[in-house]
Write a protein that binds this ligand. Structure first.
Ligand SMILES: [Fe+2]
Ligand SMILES: [Fe+2]
Length: 273
C-alpha cells in the first residue's frame, strides 16, 4: 500500500486543478478509512518537489500587475472568486506539502489527521469556487493570478515551526479577517449560492488555523520555548509582508491565536513605515 507521504507527493505532482482536487479527496478518504481499520496507511517518507505542479493557466503575475476590478460589477466579483480559487488550490498543495515535507519529523498521528482533513476541505473549497466561477460564465485560469504564493512554503521548507507560524497562523488567519467582507459583497449582489459557498469556507478555515496553533504550541512544549516569543521571531524571519488590522479577533480567538500574538507584529510594521 502507498504511504501517506507518497500520496501527498502525487497530489503535489498533479497539475490540473480539478484533477489535483479529485486526487486529494480520494487519498483523504483512503486515509480516513485506513485510520478506522486494522491496517492504517504508513506515514513513510518522501522527497516532495520544491514547487507543486500547476496548470498552464492562470498566468502568474506579480501582485502589483494583477488588474483590480470594482466589486460592484460582475467582472469584479468574478475577479474576487478567481483569486479565492487560486488561494484554495495553493492551500491544497500547502497541506499536502506539510505532510510530505515533514514526514520525517516524529509527530503524533493526529498531526497527519489534521492536515489530511484540511487538504480535503481545501479541495472541496476549490471545487465550490470553481463551480461558482463557471456558473457566472468564467473558470479558473481565465484571469491572471498572484505569483509568489508558494514563497512561504519554500522559505520554511526546513523549519516546521516556521511553516506553522507563517502558513496557518498568519496566512490562513488572514482569511478569517477578510472573508466576512467578501460574504457581504456577494450578499449585496444577491448571489446566494456564492454566499453559501463562502460560508462553508469561513466555517472550515477556523479549524485549519486552530490546527496550526495546536501543533505550534505542541512543538514549543517539546522544545521548551515560549510560544509568543517563538511566534514573533519566526514571523519576522519568514514573513516579508505586514500584518494588517482590522483583525477578526473573535475567530482568531476561536482558533487559538490570542491578540498578543498578532497585535505587536502589526504595530511594529506600522512603526517601520
Ligand atoms: Fe480553504
Ligand atoms: Fe485553509
Amino acid at each position: 500500500m502507498k504511504t501517506l507521504a507518497k500520496m501527498a507527493c502525487e497530489v503535489l505532482e498533479t497539475a490540473d486543478g480539478r484533477g489535483k482536487a479529485a486526487l486529494s479527496r480520494k487519498y483523504a478518504a483512503e486515509w480516513v478509512a485506513s485510520r478506522q481499520s486494522d491496517t492504517p496507511i504508513e506515514i513513510g517518507t518522501a522527497n516532495p518537489p520544491m514547487q507543486p505542479s500547476r496548470p498552464d493557466k492562470p498566468e502568474l503575475l506579480d501582485p502589483r500587475d494583477v488588474p483590480h476590478r470594482k466589486p460592484g460589477t460582475i467582472e469584479g466579483r468574478i475577479a474576487i472568486l478567481h483569486a479565492v480559487a487560486h488561494i484554495e488550490l495553493n492551500a491544497v498543495d500547502l497541506h499536502w506539502d506539510i505532510i510530505a515535507r515533514f514526514s520525517d519529523t516524529p509527530m503524533p498521528i493526529g498531526f497527519f489527521d489534521d492536515w489530511v482533513k484540511s487538504a480535503d476541505e481545501e479541495s472541496k473549497h476549490f471545487n465550490l469556487i470553481c463551480d461558482r466561477l463557471e456558473a457566472l460564465g468564467s473558470h479558473y485560469g481565465a484571469l491572471p493570478a498572484h505569483a509568489g504564493m508558494w514563497r512561504a512554503a519554500e522559505d520554511t521548507a526546513d523549519d516546521l515551526m516556521g511553516r506553522l507560524a507563517v502558513v496557518p497562523m498568519v496566512l490562513e488567519a488572514r482569511g478569517l479577517d477578510v472573508t466576512p467582507g467578501m460574504i457581504n459583497i456577494f450578499k449585496q449582489a444577491k448571489d446566494k449560492e456564492t454566499v453559501e459557498a463562502l460560508k462553508v469556507i469561513y466555517a472550515e478555515e477556523v479549524h485549519h488555523v486552530s490546527y496550526g496553533s495546536k501543533w505550534f504550541h505542541f512543538l514549543c512544549g517539546r522544545h521548551d520555548m515560549d510560544p509568543k516569543v517563538a511566534f514573533h521571531d519566526l514571523v519576522k524571519r519568514y514573513f516579508f509582508s505586514q500584518l494588517r488590522p482590522p483583525f477578526n479577533e473573535e475567530k482568531r480567538a476561536e482558533a487559538g491565536i490570542p491578540p498578543d500574538f498578532y497585535w505587536p507584529l502589526a504595530e511594529e510594521a506600522g512603526a517601520k513605515r
